[in-house]
Design a binder for this molecule. Structure first.
Ligand SMILES: [Zn+2]
Length: 380
């Protein structure tokens, strides 16, 4: 199982050693006695950090990061993928003044993978597709604020000379200024609806074009439309990427599937200052044994379930909301195992599920999923 494999490996490398000692003595008592609702990961990472040379770096260490996803800036005729400039400036103001730490995505991911701590309220900024307004609107504002960011670019569009997209010269200028350039396939295809060989060729073409234009191939990848699944994830890994992002909500933490990482999408509807603050403050809902293992589904009523980590309290307040249909039913199967049952069947194509739980300091723990229901096979 691809997702669990990654999570498990990371857990083993990063934190398992200290859990042996911590689990019995700490879990029951000290966790809450210190007045801070730390997850297993956070406790263990803090322990790891104690032996680091610069322990101040980890003074308020946690083990998660919120990653945002934008597309267009100030292109108000396309509100579903656009953020208005006044909204974007309010986000920058909040990140500048609100005790956040905006860090480069590669740094965030390696810190989480290697079990190093991150400052509390660490944030990563990503922008998909490489529209011209990234260069004209977002870049100057983010640069002035001193915020690093990542742009995921589909190379065919840049090659086409489309005036709504950046040119290679502009992409090179961003890269020269320290912007992380990520891959997003060549043709921005629906990988889940495509064939294995088409997907492989598309990614290979993208990597070749980046190599020709930038002199390197990106380390990070974002699935077009956020649609991955086990096959696409295996392909992204085989192509040499170190991690890959989807478009489902949630918080990145050491137990995340690093080839299906969550991001909070920001557009005109979801980019209000209130919503921005709420998701910027979000914490992970750490789980294991997440089902379904593959987001690509052959059924309209998938079995969704997960086991919530020890130390997460108030599980009775967990609520799950599908993007289509009414609130899902949450069943507690004894212990910490949760099963989520949809009231309505999932439609064909993309849908999402968001599970949230009130956390410490009025912050929300968040677990998001995306599903892609295939059309019925011929003859069915
Ligand atoms: Zn895209």
């Amino acid at each position: 199982m691809h997702g669990t494999y990654h999570g498990t490996q990371i857990m083993k490398r990063g934190i398992a050693f200290s859990l042996v000692n911590l689990h019995v003595s700490l879990m029951a008592h000290a966790l809450f006695a210190i007045g801070f609702l730390l997850t297993c990961q956070a406790v263990a990472v803090a322990q790891t950090a104690d032996s680091a040379t610069d322990s101040d770096t980890f003074a308020n260490s946690t083990a998660s990061a919120v990653v945002f996803m934008y597309h267009r800036f100030g292109e108000d005729r396309l509100p579903s993928t656009n953020i208005r400039i006044d909204q974007f400036e309010s986000h920058i103001a909040e990140l500048s003044s609100g005790g956040y730490h905006v860090l480069p995505l590669p740094e965030i991911l390696s810190a989480l993978r290697e079990g190093r701590g991150l400052p509390d309220r660490t944030v990563g900024i990503t922008i998909d597709d490489g529209f011209r307004s990234v260069y004209t609107q977002a870049f100057p504002r983010l640069q002035e604020a001193g915020f690093p960011f990542t742009v995921f670019i589909a190379t065919d569009g840049i090659d086409s000379g489309n005036k709504n997209l950046m040119s290679w010269d502009q992409v090179r200028e961003l890269a020269a200024q320290g912007v992380t350039i990520g891959a997003h396939t060549a043709s921005h295809l629906h990988m889940v609806d495509s064939t294995t060989s088409k997907n492989r060729d598309d990614i290979a073409r993208s990597n070749a074009r980046f190599h020709e234009e930038l002199g390197y191939t990106p380390r990070l990848f974002a699935y077009p439309y956020g649609e991955s699944g086990l096959e696409a994830a295996a392909m992204a890994e085989a192509a040499g990427y170190e991690a890959a992002f989807g478009q489902h909500s949630g918080v990145v933490y050491p137990g995340s599937d690093f080839f299906n990482l969550p991001r909070f999408a920001l557009n005109e509807k979801y980019g209000t200052p209130e919503r921005f603050r709420r998701v910027a403050d979000a914490l992970p809902l750490p789980v294991t044994d997440l089902l379904p293992a593959d987001m690509v589904l052959n059924t309209d009523l998938p079995a969704v379930g997960f086991t919530v980590d020890e130390g997460i309290r108030h599980l009775n307040r967990l609520a799950c909301f599908p993007s289509t249909g009414p609130q899902a039913m949450v069943e507690h199967l004894g212990g910490r195992r949760i099963e989520v049952r949809f009231v309505n069947p999932l439609p064909q194509g993309r849908s999402r599920l968001n599970c949230t739980l009130p956390g410490p300091e009025e912050r929300w723990r968040w677990l998001g999923m995306m599903f892609y229901r295939l059309p019925p096979a011929a003859g069915e």
